[in-house]
Design a protein around this ligand. Structure first.
Ligand SMILES: [Zn+2]
Length: 96
């Protein structure tokens, strides 16, 4: 508790937000297994162009989100499949 109060005073709000982000795929987990875990949990999935064609989103009950931000069909992020550095990723979301 005391340590959290110390962190909240010393860290910049962007750093605190970054600390709350998910770490991503663990080192010893295969990317396909990680994606199927995300599908099971119903999480949003970000995939680069190289990984997106391997993911059958229709079979998994997902849709590709277009116009994430007005005028942009992509998100600049780390790919959930290959963990590559921030690249243009397609956002897949669970169908409602
Ligand atoms: Zn990728």
């Amino acid at each position: 508790m005391r340590f959290n109060r110390f962190l909240s005073r010393t860290l910049h709000p962007e750093d605190r937000l970054r600390m709350s982000e998910a770490k991503g795929r663990p080192l010893r987990v295969v990317s396909g297994s990680w994606i199927s875990d995300l599908v099971t949990l119903g999480k949003a999935i970000l995939l680069c162009d190289h990984c997106a064609h391997k993911f059958n989103y229709k079979e998994a009950g997902y849709v590709v989100v277009r116009q994430v931000v007005p005028g942009y069909n992509y998100v600049i992020s780390k790919c959930d499949g290959c963990k590559s550095n921030p690249v243009q990723c397609t956002l897949h979301q669970k169908r409602r």
